[in-house]
Design a binder for this molecule. Structure first.
Ligand SMILES: [Zn+2]
Length: 476
């Protein structure tokens, strides 16, 4: 434990029952941003989150509305700015919306009824990302209770649309950017390397949605009358999708990956330092016996997950089997979900994908390609005062030095806010572990890691305060 923080740590420990109770209250609210039916729940979770920020002792707590998008799921903010002008300002981020539950029958306990089993708390949002909200609340509250003050100025923003790709981030930044301005961003929505072994993420892949519509006929026709000479849209679509990957399952679209950044030698050393237990990875992913991993065998598994792009069909509009008839389909629509690697220019990559889809269309089929949301990958140099503060805080909070991690997923918040705040460093930390199954069924948070994460954030406030001069050096 860092010198002189025993009172803060002891207060945080005393307050853990509240922390746990509040987490349980939050996860009982099914704040599923993807489902319009749950708009009231997302609103309720914003209000409940605002209450917790007030309980933590934050001031100016407010549910943020967007004048140009009143229907947007609200973010919540609060601040404590009593550390003085010389102290750095830190923005803590988490999100209060959650993913849909998936297949309800695959949950071992109801998704919105928090249930403890084997040291883990199971519920949708328990890890992603309501635990992140509680880490902020617990750390700030412990300081304000024990000392009546914080070592740095703190702002908090809890977003409400992260799980649908943050469609109103630009509007949020335009409307409320100045009041959220900070010199360091701490984003508690990431995954630790293992239970008890923390991580800081310095690279996120970008993402892009692409919808492909393929047509071969003006209308569906009888397969007995026409099949054999007339091509159907489903066969054509399946053949088209099969051209996206090579025999290893690696992306095979010409030019798509041309600008992917080649890992530097320190980066290769960081990747090599993390041993991948392939059996554990197979287990955590739920991979079936006999099913092989995919991707370019010249790249290690972590490099494939963090530093290489993917193109994955995630949905298709076709006739359901129960309604099948002997008909040649005229039109099929597919959604491709791309993960973009560090270095890739999204426009360039998507241009290459579009050109490939047109060129590879079987039988002269008509192809329409619509680009949806997309954002580039994000990386930071794993060094500097903010990084050092996080390493020190995690080492104290978990009793173990953190791993430097990449992440295959995307967090749209990071790049635009960091850029708007003059390239403020972003500390991407979290409470999930590989077994948390965020976005899947039986999502859970490891309760001891939740405690360690809360402590880590309390220590981080002190560590950032000790580096005030370096962190504010760039001020005009
Ligand atoms: Zn999340």
């Amino acid at each position: 434990m860092p010198d002189g923080l025993h009172d803060v740590a002891a207060t945080l420990a005393e307050q853990l029952p509240d922390t746990r109770r509040w987490l349980e209250q939050l996860v009982r609210i099914p704040s599923i941003s993807a489902l319009p039916d749950h708009a009231d729940d997302v609103e309720a979770s914003a209000l409940a989150t605002a209450d917790l920020l007030r309980e933590a002792g934050l001031q100016d707590v407010e549910v943020l509305r967007l004048p140009e998008a009143p229907q947007a799921a609200p973010a919540v903010t609060g601040a404590w700015l009593g550390a003085g002008e010389q102290a750095p300002t830190v923005l803590f981020y988490a999100h209060h919306d959650v993913q849909p539950v998936g297949t309800a029958a695959r949950w071992s306990s109801p998704p919105f009824t928090p249930t403890e089993r084997d040291g883990r708390l199971y519920a949708r949002g328990a890890a992603d990302d309501k635990a992140g909200i509680l880490a902020h609340v617990a750390a700030i509250r412990a300081w304000l209770t024990a000392r009546g003050s914080l070592p740095v100025n703190v702002k908090v923003v809890i977003e409400g649309e992260e799980e649908i790709g943050s469609p109103h981030l630009a509007a949020l930044l335009a409307a409320h950017g100045p009041r959220l301005r900070a010199e360091v961003i701490v984003l508690t929505d990431l995954v630790n390397w293992q239970v008890g072994w923390p991580g800081i993420t310095y690279a996120l892949r970008g993402m892009a949605d692409v919808t492909v519509t393929l047509r071969t006929l003006r209308q569906p026709v009888h397969s007995g009358m026409w099949g054999g000479a007339v091509p159907d849209a489903l066969t054509a679509m399946v053949r088209l999708l099969a051209t996206l990957h090579d025999e290893h399952g690696a992306v095979a679209v010409p030019g798509f990956a041309d600008d992917v950044r080649v890992p530097s030698s320190p980066e290769r050393a960081r990747l090599a330092a993390l041993e991948v237990d392939e059996e554990a990875l197979r287990h955590d992913a739920g991979l079936l016996d006999g099913v092989r991993l995919v991707g370019d065998p010249d790249h290690g598994v972590l490099e494939r997950l963090w530093m290489q792009p993917t193109i994955t069909p995630t949905a298709m509009d076709v006739t359901p089997v129960a309604q099948a008839s002997n008909t040649l389909l005229a039109q099929v629509r597919a959604r491709l979900s791309c993960r973009l690697a560090p270095g890739q220019d999204p426009q360039r990559a998507l241009g290459a994908l579009r050109a490939h889809l047109h060129a590879a269309a079987p039988f002269g089929a008509e192809i329409e390609v619509a680009l949806g949301q997309h954002n580039a990958a994000w990386t930071m140099e794993p060094s500097g005062p903010a990084w050092d503060a996080a390493v020190a805080a995690m080492t104290a909070g978990y009793g173990r030095e953190p791993a430097a991690l990449g992440c295959g997923g995307s967090i749209p918040f990071v790049e635009p806010f960091s850029a708007a705040f003059d390239g403020a460093p972003c500390l991407l930390v979290g409470i999930e572990d590989p077994a948390s199954n965020a976005h899947g069924e039986d999502e859970s948070v490891h309760l001891e890691d939740l405690t360690r994460a809360c402590l880590t954030e309390a220590f981080l406030l002190a560590e950032l305060g000790q580096r005030a001069e370096e962190l504010t050096a760039g001020r005009p």
